[in-house]
Design a protein around this ligand. Sequence first.
Ligand SMILES: Nc1ncnc2c1ncn2[C@@H]1O[C@H](COP(=O)(O)OP(=O)(O)OP(=O)(O)O)[C@@H](O)[C@H]1O
Ligand SMILES: [Mg+2]
Length: 1020
Amino acid sequence: MRYQGREVDIEGRVRLVMESALTARDRVGVQDFVLLENYNSEAAFIENLRRRFRENLIYTYIGSVLVSVNPYKELEIYSKQQMERYRGVSFYEISPHIYALSDNTYRAMRTERKDQCILISGESGAGKTEASKKILLYYAVTCPTNDHMAILGDRLLQSNPVLEAFGNAKTLRNDNSSRFGKYMDVQFDFRGTPVGGHILNYLLEKSRVVHQNHGERNFHIFYQLLDGGDDDLLITLDLERNPQNYRYLVKGNCPRVSSISDKNNWKVVMKALPVIGFTEEEVQKLLNIIASVLHLGNTQFGEGEEGDTYITTETQTSNLAKLLGVDGSALREALTHKKLTAKGEEMISPLNYEQAVSARDALAKAVYGRTFTWLVEKINQSLALKVHSKDSSVIGLLDIYGFEVLQQNSFEQFCINYCNEKLQQLFIELTLRSEQEEYETEGIAWETVQYFDNKIICDLIEEKHKGIISILDEECLRPGETCDVSFLEKLEDTVGSHPHFITHKLANGKTRRVVSREEFRLLHYAGEVNYNVNGFLDKNNDLLNRNLKEVMCQSDNQILSHCFRREEVIDQKRPEMAATQFKNSLMKLMEILMSKEPSYVRCIKPNDAKQPGRFDEVLVRHQVKYLGLMENLRVRRAGFAYRRRFEAFLQRYKPLCPETWPNWHGRLVDGVSTLVNHLGYKAEEYKLGRSKIFIRFPKTLFTTEDALELISCFSELCYTNFGMFSLAEYKIFLGVNVCTCVFRCVVIVIQSGWRGMKARRRAKRRRQAAELIRRFIKGFIYRHEEYCPENEYFLDHVRYSFLKNLRQNLPKSVLDKSWPTPPPSLVEASEHLRRLHMRNMVIKYCRRVQPEWKKQVLFSSRLQINLKVIQTLGSDKVQYGVSVIKYDRRGFKPRPRQLLLTNTFAVLVDRTKIKQRIDYAALRGISVGSLSDGMFVLHMPTEDNKQKGDAVLHCSHVIEVVTKLAMMANKTSYVNINPGSIRFTVARGKEGIIDFIRGSELKVAKGKRGHLLVVSQRLF
Ligand SMILES: Nc1ncnc2c1ncn2[C@@H]1O[C@H](COP(=O)(O)OP(=O)(O)OP(=O)(O)O)[C@@H](O)[C@H]1O
Ligand SMILES: [Mg+2]
């Protein structure tokens, strides 16, 4: 019997089941927040996120919600193999991943035949767009496909870079920030093949076209065009390459971003456009529009004397008109005048300078915004379902801005946060609905869940006639003087008493300090946000002068004539205000989402510096709060923390009960009931439904998990120590109280385990020794062969031994010529080492030479040569001279002499007299001892009768004098180092001997055997 914490499926893939990950909870936290013991604690929540983030585990569940922390680095978790790991595996059986969520959604769509949607939210830079791309890629790779569908998959993927080029920009928070909300439907046929797609876009941040904050950029496409477009294209569009020349691109003072290659991205976009179905002409028209926006930005105005305005950049305007495909003079007129209708009569009135500037900017925003909408429509045409089938289902992907709380929050943040309120409402409604449905199907009584229902805030914003949006619209439409402040006053009058609305005037002392006079504060479900009313009316109006619209309707650029419809001008009815438009599109979105089964991805940004590995707790806490994650968790945990189907629960925990082990033959519910009774679950800890067990507290589950862990360790120990133990024995073991039994057994197990381990170690050592001897002998036999597996151990050993021996017996002095004999394979290396070592010793010796030694090399400073001797030597100049002691060859009497070296011979001088001349050519050798005695012998030819034998000399600079002599005589190879003794010729074939003995003091004297005995220290 042996329980393995792993399951191996048919294809042999090892799946880490979710419960086995429970055992790793101390190190990497829990992989589902519902298992957090202290689920009300924000600190515990964040600590769990941090622990997992530290281990690069960026995904964690809250039930079916996936929380994702941006790693800001490439992780090896998105490969094709990873996709395969997650394919077809149920949600809880494998570690949390965006692929698990994608796969689960896909399977739910196929098996339940119900449309699905994945809602991705989070603040800017948290990784929403990356997550949505990963989901799309997962479907493109793993879903069944055919040739036709491959094209569609390609289009789906290629639509991303195009949308990003036109809808994304570099902001302070994200270098590739999506400046619009996106909902994308992917349609699948009955086989699960993607067959179509559709995109809805929300609230493009048009104000970016004309203004960017410091450090931010306009939409990527402008920079891509200038950097990547070839020269001819730029000439056609009348553009220069430098973005600094365009006023709409310099507001943020940030034309280049190191993480972005505009040139490469341009190429990607240009390649993607034809894939999505853009014709060459359409691409050209699109680029004309992009260029025209840049020219619009450079259109400047002057002020006439009567307050009227005229255009100062004439050529610019002509080019602009050409690119927009409109009449130049009509455009000029429309940019500087407005058309009014009063009492059925049309009047033209000039614009002042500010009005002209804002009309120009309004036109740029309208042109860009509408072109973006056209682009999305165009992509939709290319993704549209070609063959309609009844059985098609849909997965929707919503990549939308999460709660946004900036230093200054304006109209945009108001819309974004309103959108998040709506999504939270949807979340509560759908989560509770699905919880309730599950309880109903399982036959468990519904228990009331305590949570905050944010409907009250949604009503405050959207209610007809009474909501903030209605009041804003009213203020925009109302005749008479209206402004942002009058809007604020109107709000105070109408919704001032609402518990979620505060202004400076309405606030009490403490709050008043943090709400300025131009702000109103909304108490959102996720926290408070102050909104500054400045610009609310303008942004809501989003007005474009009628005469500008008329000009644009005339455009011969098909894209623009599609964007600016003639009906718009003819129709006198005012178009819907921006906030109302947004509200209506949100309503539609909610309808779409309500009709689907939702899954959620909540993205979190771990730091503001876009750095990997940094977890900024304050920032994360802020997001946990504003993403409403604690609220999410509370709703999820309101009932039961954990639920499992009976068969899965029984399968995992049956080893814990003798009745259920190894198999339960009765009804599943009875098996589970028997099991939990045996485990001692209390009634309030769990409930049994029709097909599932519901466990209320994570603690109950963890205790069960710990018991399982203990038992599997124990049974493994028993198995390895005693071999298989019988079912009856195991049942007895289980029958006893687990703790008592384990306690008793553990002692025996530890004892026997310890003994076994010692014996095993001994046996292992014996085995290793025998193996070693065998290899050694074999190596010895093959030692003369080439290096091969048979002799490698032996040869390595011989080498190693030689080097070890050498290390201990290295020669200690430059005169010591001994060197251990190397094995054949190391001869060359040994010679290298010998030379290196010798050089090293010589360097060391040289370093030890004292300055006074060096001085002594100049013999003139230490020798006084008699003038007579110099005269005798005549033209043979003395090159080197040194005092020496000459020992008589027979009695070894010491006599002071001078040894003088000329270029061709050396002489021994006794004051004024040259006693002996030694021709270099006749010199037979130079012998020295290996101690620091200073003795040396000059060997003379025996046949030379003039010489009385070899000269036995002593000099305190023996190395120097020998070196000098050997070099001048050109007889360096004649120098012999004799460690023990030197033999020398006395006269006519007779020999004398110098014996060297090591001692502490230098002594030269005649020895017992008639040898000259030299006692000295080692050289060094
Ligand atoms: N799973 C991931 N792995 C590696 N890097 C990631 C991941 N998710 C996000 N990033 C990094 O974070 C950056 C920002 O991510 P992304 O553009 O998806 O944010 P966002 O939530 O869509 O922000 P915005 O609301 O501004 O559009 C990416 O460009 C990428 O560098
Ligand atoms: Mg994005």
